[in-house]
Design a protein. Structure first.
Length: 365
């Protein structure tokens, strides 16, 4: 997550003087995929060279891209580098809408912030009378267990499989005990990954029994899927698509809740502000809970900053008066998210028609 890597980034701000931020299509889904990726990457390198990126940074980026294994299917790649260090290197689940290759005093994080928002920690349980397949996904990875039978022989599995509970005894009392065991494990996984969604799938009666047996915290976030079963030959792709729709709906519900709260506070003229001046004032006072950004409206606006993420201003004078020795011109769509993250605020991207493309929910009046 961006917040976990912010210290590395902020340590570089004001020292390197130059960041490279790259988002490009790294799909590997055609017969000539390797050649296409090389061509796309060469276009990125040409753009970075034309923008004056230092050779040591170019070399670090080139090594990161050319020495890593290819993506699987449709994918994107996000990289942020400064000096001789690649600070961020992430695979994206979809290619970006267009190639981005920036060289500037600050990293461009908005696409990564939006990507992070889509990563919902969740647990999936597909059940029938004989067992359950479990998958627990953290905010930034996967952590799974495979449990065999009632003796709880456990081994850790990393990297993309399911955990399987193979239950042999079909006697009704034992089946009830098995549901309780699966429920305990599901509830544990929900807590372990701090899940926001629990997807329940499989046979209707087994699903209902599991729903009734799980802990209240897990039950609160449970959503039942209409697809998904443990039988051989099941339509796994349809189930994965339904899970993605469930998770996307959860993300949109969260985003809409923030926007609804923002509009309510604006109408009360209370814990919200909009427009660039009001947003800067709140960020400089570390009084922002949520920063809302419409990147299309914010466009190419620029700001002035010093050696640290805050304070920010629309002109040099306020910063000079505050004693800033080094003042630089920075892009608003780079500086504002970094200032928000550095002061503990969350960033929400939106297509709302915000004045100047920005607004804030305040921590206090």
């Amino acid at each position: 997550m961006i917040t976990m890597r912010l210290k590395d980034l902020t340590d570089q701000i004001g020292q390197s003087g130059q960041f490279a931020s790259i988002y490009f299509d790294s799909s590997h889904d055609t017969a000539d995929a390797a050649q296409q990726i090389e061509l796309r990457w060469r276009a990125v390198v040409d753009q970075l060279e034309g923008a004056g990126l230092a050779q040591q940074t170019l070399t670090a980026l080139d090594n990161a891209v050319t020495e890593s294994p290819p993506s699987r299917g449709r994918a994107g790649r996000a990289l942020v580098a400064a000096g001789s260090t690649v600070l961020i290197d992430e695979q994206l689940p979809e290619p970006p809408p267009g190639r981005i290759a920036r060289v500037s005093p600050l990293p461009y994080l908005l696409p990564l912030i939006e990507h992070d928002a889509q990563q919902v920690p969740h647990v999936i349980a597909v059940v029938d009378r004989t067992g359950a397949d479990l998958r627990a996904v953290e905010q930034h990875g996967m952590d799974q267990e495979s449990v065999q039978g009632t003796e709880h022989q456990v081994h850790k599995v990393r990297g993309g499989g399911w955990s399987h509970w193979s239950i042999q005894n079909r006697v009704e009392e034992k089946a009830r005990q098995n549901v309780d065991e699966v429920a305990r494990e599901v509830s544990r996984l929900v807590d372990a990954v701090d899940a926001q969604v629990l997807v329940l799938a499989g046979e209707v009666q087994a699903r209902k029994a599991l729903h009734d047996a799980i802990a209240p915290r897990a039950r609160e976030i449970a959503v039942e899927a209409s697809t998904g079963n443990r039988a051989e030959g099941g339509d796994f792709e349809a189930f994965e698509q339904e899970v993605r729709r469930i998770l996307d709906a959860h993300v949109e519900k969260q985003r809409q809740a923030v926007l609804d709260r923002f509009h309510a506070e604006v109408s009360r003229d209370n814990l919200a502000a909009q427009g660039l001046d009001a947003t800067l004032s709140a960020l400089n006072a570390a009084n922002v809970e949520y920063l809302l950004v419409n990147a299309q409206v914010l466009a190419d606006r620029t700001l002035c900053s010093g050696a640290q993420p805050t304070p920010l201003a629309t002109t040099e004078q306020p910063l000079r008066s505050a004693g800033e020795e080094t003042v630089q011109t920075v892009r608003a769509d780079e500086a504002l998210p970094i200032a928000a993250l550095a002061t503990g605020a969350k960033v929400v991207t939106s297509d709302e028609a915000l004045p100047d493309g920005v607004g804030v929910l305040l921590r206090h009046t």
